[in-house]
Ligand binder design. Structure first.
Ligand code: FE2
Length: 379
């Protein structure tokens, strides 16, 4: 291992057996881990960038047993950097990522996942420990999971949210009821299947997690179905990159104004990318798509062809995973990624589900905190 600083003191080069890493002086100073820069207890930064001179450069750097010891001028401040921390936080290698790239923790899936639907029992999850850790890893990797063995009491769905976060209350309340009476006279109406969709794209921000919990289910059919929206977007891109681009490059509009005093609208694309091309969201809901007015005139027919093809991919049985919810069963979806639907009914009976929204920052927080605890226990 060796280090080198350029003549101006602006760039530190760290050469290890596994690679070469470069860091700018201003980045290193801003990310110093000393007790005057970061609070030892909670790690919060104690200074603002305005407290660091714009002319900051490296006046001295050396290796010792503790790591890389760097002195910054003009402050004449010396800070020790842990070598493992530096290599974990290296930057600059990301420029060749393809449009639509996904984080390492995302596992795409299609109908082949049918035999391995991630399924966990609520009592085991509530015990915490390794089951909860595996569950939160699966839910964040696949964007959905099934939960079984819960009680059939009203409000039991909140016990699932309690595992990782907080209910997102909306104008539908803390939760909403999905009651279906299926009989020969109304079968055509209430028993119809629904096209797979993400919920509430007209909200800003959209609810990022949905939980649906089954309390009664005596009707035949009515299975639940999920589709990986990220896998559908990738398939669209593989088939026709221009389709992917037109849906990602232009905003659609979504709206809901179905009750007095409510007029919810949003302006977001069907396929949402971060500025560096990361695929971060899919919105797809035919019922709440408004008049799309943000697509250039000469792109509108292409936009509609792309929207049609994305819908066909979503409807393709090769993309879907289906499961039946019995009373006491539930499922959770990442509503920014995984579409859900209900299949048609084929017999008479009743079905009663309760649903609610929550947010996925809590899921990721639980996952990462449990990962950190595992690492600390191993040390
Ligand atoms: Fe829905």
């Amino acid at each position: 291992m060796k280090i080198q600083v350029d003549d101006a003191g602006n760039v530190l080069t760290l050469t290890r057996e596994n690679g070469t890493y470069q860091f700018h002086a201003i980045w290193l100073r801003d990310n110093a881990q000393d007790a005057d820069t970061r609070a030892p207890g909670n790690g919060q930064r104690l200074i603002a960038l305005r407290d660091i001179p714009a002319a900051t450069h490296i006046s001295d750097a050396r290796l010792d047993a503790n790591g890389v010891v760097i002195t910054f001028a003009p402050e004449e401040k010396t800070v020790v950097f842990d070598v493992a921390w530096l290599t974990q936080h290296a930057y600059g290698a990301q420029s060749d990522r393809p449009r639509g790239w996904l984080g390492d923790d995302v596992s795409l899936w299609d109908a082949k996942l049918q035999e391995q639907v991630p399924t966990w029992s609520l009592p085991a999850l509530e015990d915490g420990g390794s089951d909860l850790k595996s569950w939160v890893e699966d839910v964040t990797a696949y964007g959905f999971g099934k939960i079984t063995g819960g009680p059939t009491d009203e409000g039991a769905l909140f016990r699932i949210v309690d595992l990782f976060g907080y209910v997102r209350e909306t104008n539908y309340g803390r939760h909403f009821e999905v009651r279906t009476e299926v009989n020969p006279t109304n079968l055509a109406f209430t028993g119809l299947g629904l096209q797979a969709h993400t919920d509430n794209p007209y909200r800003d921000p959209v609810p990022t997690v949905q939980v649906l919990y089954c309390l009664e289910s005596s009707a035949t059919g009515g299975e639940n179905m999920v589709v990986d929206g990220f896998a559908a977007a990738h398939r669209l891109k593989d088939e026709n990159p221009a389709y992917f681009d037109v849906l990602a490059n232009h905003c659609a509009r979504f709206e809901y104004s179905g009750e007095d005093g409510v007029c919810l609208t949003s302006r977001r694309p069907l396929i949402e990318l971060a500025p560096d091309g990361e695929l971060i969201g899919v919105r797809f809901n035919n019922r709440s798509l408004g008049a799309v007015t943000d697509v250039p005139f000469d792109q509108m027919e292409l936009w509609y062809a792309a929207y049609r093809r994305l819908g066909e991919i979503i409807d393709d049985p090769a993309m879907e995973v289906t499961f039946r919810l019995e009373p006491g069963d539930a499922f959770i979806v990442d509503n920014t990624r995984v579409l859900h639907a209900r299949k048609a009914y084929s017999g008479t009976g009743t079905r009663w589900l309760q649903g609610c929204y929550a947010d996925k920052d809590g899921l990721r927080s639980l996952r990462d905190a449990m990962r950190r605890a595992t690492l600390e226990a191993a040390e």
